[in-house]
Design a protein around this ligand. Structure first.
Ligand SMILES: [Zn+2]
Ligand SMILES: [Zn+2]
Length: 306
């Protein structure tokens, strides 16, 4: 639904209307809409500038989710009971390390990430993104998000692997590897070039999707960003629980996969899934190295036997 139609019906409220009064009016006119949709529509109507409305919403959401999701990991790190599930359990981050990390991440959010966050709305709407109400059906959001996860994982695998090439590693990626035992807050602790390069996989995938299919809603984009932030922060948490997602979905990477990458510096380049590293023989760690050695040995033996 276009906001113009709603706009004319609430125009009687005038330019000094509060958000609450707009919400009340929208709720009266749209009893069939659920709360989030009414709050969403009211926000755009109240702001009167869609680019600014999305920009503020995106930035605030990103900060709340990033630091909000990191907070439980900060608390868990401070409670010794959880140490038995910490992968590198002798390397618990200090308060100082966490503070310095949070400060750099916050600066990055307000500088390099800001244009990506801000420009998303005009670019995506130019290519056909919808941001009206009602939201698309849940299954439409779900299948698109699964596709984004798969595409972004491939993007991340190749560019992250490239960033481990000597000169690129030294110039760009080394900063992210400051912590050999990562923690939640360190997920976006990276150089501006890395943030833009790997961030493009996250923001660019939905743009390419809407460009080729003409179908995307901003709410789907937000849900994707929230889930991808959860993935990145949890993968850096350093904790592998018996109830972690990778125990249910064996192809899900999780903390177990990425912690090893930070510890060994080589292998496990993908973000969300294990298949790229598995198929291209770039799995990190002792077990994978042993498997590779055995495979090579078997090949040599087979050659000799011929
Ligand atoms: Zn790396
Ligand atoms: Zn990392």
């Amino acid at each position: 639904m276009a906001y113009a139609a709603l706009n004319s019906t609430i125009s009687g409220l005038g330019t000094t209307a509060t958000y609450a009064s707009v919400f009340e009016e929208v709720s009266k006119l749209n009893v069939d809409m659920h709360f989030v949709e009414r709050a969403w529509a009211s926000w755009y109507l109240w702001m009167q500038n869609d680019t600014i409305a999305t920009g503020i919403l995106s930035f605030v959401m990103h900060e709340i989710v990033y630091f909000g999701r990191s907070l439980p990991w900060i608390i868990i790190d401070a409670i010794p009971f959880f140490n038995k599930w910490k992968i590198q359990n002798t390397k618990v981050p200090t308060w100082r390390e966490q503070w310095e990390c949070a400060a750099l991440v916050l600066i990055s959010h307000c500088t390099v990430e800001l244009p990506q966050i801000w420009l998303f709305h005009p670019i995506a709407t130019y290519f056909g993104m919808d941001y009206g109400v009602p939201f698309p059906h849940w299954w439409e959001m779900a299948y698109q998000i699964i596709i984004f996860f798969i595409i972004e994982d491939a993007w991340h695998y190749w560019f992250h692997r490239a960033l481990h090439y000597g000169p690129l590693y030294k110039a760009i990626h080394k900063l992210h590897h400051t912590y050999s035992a990562p923690f939640g807050l360190a997920a976006e602790y990276a150089s501006p070039i890395e943030v833009m390069l790997l961030g493009f996989g996250i923001v660019g995938t939905p743009i390419i999707w809407v460009l080729s299919t003409g179908q995307l809603h901003l709410a789907t984009m937000y849900l994707w960003i929230i889930l991808r932030l959860f993935q990145a922060i949890d993968a850096h948490s350093g904790y592998d629980f018996p109830w972690s997602l990778r125990r249910i979905l064996p192809f899900w990477a999780g903390a177990d996969h990425h912690d090893l990458h930070h510890e060994r510096f080589i292998g496990n380049y993908a973000s969300s899934f294990r298949w790229w590293d598995y198929c291209l023989d770039t799995e990190a760690g002792e077990a994978a190295a042993k498997k590779r050695r055995e495979k090579k040995l078997a090949q040599i033996k087979a050659k000799k036997a011929q």
